[in-house]
Write a protein that binds this ligand. Structure first.
Ligand code: BGC
Length: 785
C-alpha cells in the first residue's frame, strides 16, 4: 500500500502548480533578511510550497523518471521545496535508521553512491554503549553530509510492545530509558556533522498492520511512562532538528494532528525547538482519503496542532492549504510558527550553507565502525563448556542453515540501506582463517540462490515485500550429517529472519521455529553430540524469536542480530574471541508468545481488519510485566553472557534519605581470565500507595571500559526526583511517593548483585504537567495489586 502511495506522490509532485509571483526585485532574502521578514513577504502559494513537501521525485527509480524534474540525490525520500524569489533553496531528507538510504547508481554516471549498512536498531541498542552509538552516528552523519542530504530520517525509537511488530528491528527496546539514551547518542553523533535527524515515529507506532488508520486506546500513564518517555529523553538530551509524527491514532486522534502531543507536551513541556513532519501520507485513511475532498484528517488540523510539514506532499493538500490561507480559515499564528521552524532548519542546512559535498564519504573507515559496533551488540545467550570462543582452525567447521550462506545485513523497507557489499557468515569465518566444509557449501549455495528466486516470485505475486522473511531449510540426508559429524570438530547452524515496514511478523514459522528448522537443529545436534562434538547456533534476526523449546539441544547460542554489511566479520570476531561479547538484551525473550500481556489484544479488532486496539496491559510491557507478575522468560531483559566474569561490590548511597538527589556508586571487577566490558544496570523498587508500580524499573545503566582481568571500575549514578517518580493521573503529575526505595544493582533485570535502600520523607511532586490523552473508550487496565 505505502509503495503505491509513494508512487502516487511521485506522480503527484508533477501536478503541483508552482505559482510563484513574478520576481520582485526587493524581495527579502533568507539569510540576509530576518526569518520574520521573509515570512511576511510570502504569498499564500509560497507558504504552501514550504509547508507541503515536494512529493517524492526520484524516490523509487534507479534512474531519473522521464519528464520528472532533476533530483539532486536519487532515492531520497523527499525534502522541502525551493522558493528562489526569497533565496530559499530546496533541502533533501532521506531514510533511515541503519544508514543512509539512497539509490546507489545513476543513469549516465559511472560513479556509485553506496552507503554503509550499519547494524539495525536492536543490535545498536544491545551494546548499551552510548559512546559507541555516538561514533556510529558520526560516521553515518558523514555519509549524509557527503552525499548532499540535509536530514536523515532516523533514529526510530518506538517501544517494543510486542515481539511481532515488523519494525522492531529498527527500534531499540521495550524500555524507554534505553530507547531514549541510545537515540540521544545517535542524534548527537549524526548532528555533530552539521546535518539533521528526525526522531520517529512520534509516538506509539507499535504495529504495522493498518498502521495508517489504527486507533490505539492508551492511558495517559502508559503514554507518559513508556511511549513518550524515550522521545522525551532523546529530545531533551539531543535537540534533534526534526521529529516525525506517527501514522496511528491515539485515543481517537491522529498523531499528526494531536495537539496534546505536538504542542502541549513536545513544545510547551519539553521545550522542543525543531520542526515536526508527518510520516509519509500520515493522517489519512489511505489512498482514497488522500484523493477525496474532506479527508478524514486535514491540512488545517495538522498544522494547527503543531505538525509543521506534511510529507511527502500531495496536490490535494497543497490546494486545500492555499484555499484555507486565502479564505483565512487557518490560524495565521500557527502557519507562521511552522514556517519559522522550517526556515530555521533550512538556514542551518548544509545546502543553505552551500556545502560542497564530495559524494565520497569515507566508506572504508565506516566499514570498521560498523564491524566493531555489530560485534559489540552481539549477545551471547548460552555458552556451555565454554565452547566459544572457538579457536581450532585445523579442521573444517560444518556450517548448516541457509542463512549462513545468505546472511541478513538488515531489515527491509525504509530501514534498508543500499550497501556495496555484505559479508556472509562463511566469508567472515574464512576471513578469520577458519576452514569451512566444502561439500556443505557446494550444496547450500545453489539451493539458497534458487530458494531466494522462488520466494521472491511468490511474495511478489502475493503483493508482499520482495524480500523473503525466511527460506525453507535445505533438506539434509542423515548420512551426510553423520559424516560431517565425524569429519568436523564443530557444527554451526544459523537461523535467520527478516521483516520490515508494512507487515507484522507471524507467530508460526517466524516467532516460533518452523518444522524444517526444528528438524535441522535436531538432526545436527543428534549427530554431533553422538560424536561428542559441539553445536553452535547463530541467530541472524531483527527481533525476538522463541528459544526455550530448542535451546537445550545446542551448546552455544550467539545472538548476532542483523549486524550490517560487515556482519560475517563481526560474528567471526566474537566467535574467535578477538572480541569478548558484551551485548545484553534490551527486550525480554519469552518462553512462549502468549506470556506477553499484549498477546491477547495484539493488532486489535475486528481481527480480520483491525480498527482499534486496547492497550490493556497499561504500563506492564516487557520486563515490567514479567518481573512483576513472576512470569519466567527464556532470557530476561538485561541478560547477556561474557567470556569472562564480573564481581560487583562496594555499593554506597550518598544518603539514607533522599533530598534533591542521591548518588549511588559501586565497583565492577573483572574476575575472569580475559579482558571484557560489563553492562551494569540500576533498578529501583518504589513504594506504591498512590499508584501501583512494577516490581522494579531500570533507572540508570553504564558500560565499563575494557577491564583487564583483575581490574575494576567505579560506577556512579545520580538519581533525581523524576527518576523516582511515577505518573499519577489524578494529579497530572510525576510524583515520588514517600516511603522506602530499594536500589538494585544488576547484571540483568533478574540477576541482582547488590542492593540497598533509602527513604523519601514525604511525597515529592517532581513535575506537574498538563492533563492530556483523555481516553475515548472505556478500558479495564492491568494493575499490580
Ligand atoms: C516510513 C518512515 C520513512 C518514510 C519515508 C514511511 O513509510 O514509515 O519511517 O521515513 O516512509 O521513506
Amino acid at each position: 500500500m505505502i509503495d503505491k502511495l509513494k508512487k502516487l506522490a511521485l506522480g503527484a509532485s508533477l501536478l503541483v502548480t508552482f505559482s510563484h509571483v513574478s520576481v520582485a526585485q526587493k524581495a527579502p532574502q533568507l539569510g540576509k533578511a530576518s526569518v520574520d521578514e521573509v515570512i511576511n513577504a510570502m504569498t499564500a502559494e509560497e507558504k504552501a510550497d514550504l509547508l507541503i513537501g515536494p512529493g517524492m521525485p526520484g524516490y523509487a527509480g534507479l534512474v531519473p523518471v522521464e519528464g520528472e524534474p532533476d533530483v539532486r540525490v536519487l532515492g531520497a525520500a523527499g525534502g522541502t521545496r525551493a522558493i528562489p524569489r526569497l533565496g530559499i533553496p530546496e533541502t533533501v531528507v532521506a531514510d533511515g535508521p541503519a544508514g543512509l538510504r539512497i539509490q546507489p547508481k545513476r543513469k549516465g554516471d559511472d560513479n556509485t553512491y553506496y552507503a554503509t549498512a550499519f547494524p539495525v536498531g536492536t543490535a545498536l541498542a544491545s551494546t548499551w554503549n552510548t559512546e559507541l552509538i555516538e561514533e556510529v552516528g558520526k560516521a553515518m552523519g558523514e555519509e549524509v553530509k557527503e552525499y548532499g542530504v540535509d536530514v536523515l530520517l532516523a533514529p526510530a525509537l518506538n517501544i517494543h510492545r510486542n515481539p511481532l511488530n515488523g519494525r522492531n528491528f529498527e527500534y531499540y527496546s521495550e524500555d524507554p530509558l534505553v530507547s531514549g539514551e541510545i537515540a540521544a547518542a545517535y542524534v548527537n553523533g549524526i548532528q555533530s556533522n552539521g546535518v539533521g535527524t528526525s526522531v520517529k515515529h512520534y509516538a506509539a507506532n507499535n504495529q504495522e498492520t493498518n498502521r495508517l488508520t489504527i486507533n490505539e486506546h492508551i492511558t495517559e500513564r502508559a503514554m507518559r511512562e513508556l511511549y513518550l518517555r524515550g522521545f522525551e529523553i532523546a529530545i531533551k538530551n539531543s535537540q534533534p532538528w526534526t521529529v516525525m509524527s506517527a501514522y496511528n491514532k491515539i485515543n481517537g486522534e491522529y498523531a499528526s494532528s494531536h495537539k496534546d502531543m505536538l504542542t502541549t507536551i513536545l513544545r510547551d513541556e519539553w521545550g522542543y525547538e525543531g520542526f515536526v513532519m508527518t510520516d509519509w501520507f500520515g493522517g489519512y485513511a489511505g489512498f482514497q482519503s488522500i484523493m477525496t475532498e474532506g479527508a478524514e484528517s486535514d491540512v488545517v488540523a495538522q498544522i494547527e496542532a503543531g505538525n509543521d510539514l506534511l510529507m511527502p506532499g500531495m496536490e490535494a493538500q497543497y490546494a486545500r492549504l492555499v484555499k484555507a490561507l486565502k479564505e483565512g480559515k487557518i490560524s495565521e499564528e500557527a502557519v507562521n510558527k511552522s514556517l519559522k521552524r522550517i526556515l530555521n532548519m533550512v538556514l542551518n542546512s548544509p545546502t543553505f550553507k552551500k556545502y560542497k559535498y564530495s559524494n565520497k564519504p569515507d566508506l572504508k573507515a565506516h566499514a570498521e565502525v560498523t564491524r566493531q559496533a555489530a560485534a559489540e551488540g552481539m549477545v551471547l545467550l548460552k555458552n556451555n563448556d565454554n565452547v566459544l570462543p572457538y579457536t581450532a582452525k585445523s579442521s573444517p567447521i560444518a556450517v548448516f542453515g541457509n542463512t549462513s550462506y545468505n546472511f541478513i545485513a538488515g531489515g527491509t523497507g525504509s530501514g534498508d540501506v543500499n550497501e556495496a557489499y555484505s559479508i556472509s557468515l562463511i566469508e567472515g569465518l574464512k576471513n578469520a582463517g577458519y576452514q569451512i566444509d566444502q561439500d556443505l557449501k557446494k550444496s547450500y549455495v545453489p539451493f539458497v540462490d534458487e530458494s531466494v528466486k522462488k520466494e521472491m516470485k511468490r511474495r511478489e505475486e502475493k503483493g508482499l515485500l520482495a524480500v523473503p522473511q525466511r527460506l525453507l531449510e535445505m533438506p539434509l540426508d542423515n548420512k551426510v550429517v553423520s559424516e560431517k559429524a565425524k569429519s568436523s570438530e564443530v557444527a554451526v547452524i544459523t537461523i535467520g529472519r527478516n521483516s520490515g515496514e508494512n507487515e507484522d511478523r507471524h507467530i508460526n514459522e517466524d516467532f516460533y521455529l518452523a518444522q524444517d528448522e526444528v528438524k535441522l537443529i535436531n538432526k545436527v545436534s543428534n549427530a554431533f553430540h553422538a560424536e561428542n562434538k559441539k553445536v553452535i547456533v547463530i541467530l541472524n534476526i531483527g527481533g525476538v524469536i522463541e528459544t526455550a523449546s530448542w535451546k537445550d539441544k545446542v551448546d552455544a547460542i550467539l545472538l548476532a542480530w542483523q549486524p550490517g554489511q560487515e556482519g560475517g566479520n563481526s560474528v567471526a570476531d566474537v566467535f574467535s574471541g578477538k572480541v569478548n561479547p558484551s551485548g545484553k538484551l534490551t527486550m525480554t525473550f519469552p518462553v512462549d508468545y502468549n506470556q506477553h500481556p499484549s498477546a491477547s489484544n495484539w493488532l486489535g479488532t475486528p481481527i480480520a481488519n483491525p480498527e482499534e486496539v486496547f492497550y490493556k496491559e497499561g504500563i506492564y510491557v516487557g520486563y515490567r510485566y514479567f518481573n512483576t507478575f513472576d512470569v519466567e522468560p527464556a532470557y530476561e531483559f538485561g541478560y547477556g553472557k561474557s567470556y569472562t566474569s564480573f564481581e560487583y561490590s562496594d555499593l554506597k548511597l550518598s544518603d539514607g534519605t533522599f533530598k534533591d538527589e542521591i548518588e549511588v556508586s559501586f565497583k565492577v571487577t573483572n574476575t575472569g581470565k580475559v579482558a571484557g566490558k560489563e553492562i551494569a544496570q540500576l533498578y529501583l523498587s518504589a513504594p506504591a500507595v498512590l499508584v501501583d508500580k512494577p516490581e522494579a524499573e531500570l533507572k540508570a545503566f553504564a558500560k565499563t571500559k575494557v577491564l583487564k582481568p583483575g581490574k575494576s571500575e567505579k560506577i556512579s549514578f545520580t538519581l533525581k526526583a523524576k527518576d523516582l517518580a511515577s505518573f499519577v493521573n489524578e494529579k497530572s503529575a510525576w510524583i515520588a511517593e514517600k516511603g522506602e526505595y530499594s536500589v538494585k544493582i544488576g547484571a540483568s533485570s533478574k540477576d541482582i548483585q547488590l542492593s540497598d535502600s533509602f527513604k523519601v520523607d514525604s511525597n515529592i511532586t517532581a513535575e506537574k504537567v498538563n492533563n492530556t490523552f483523555d481516553l475515548d473508550a472505556e478500558m479495564e487496565v492491568l494493575k499490580n495489586n
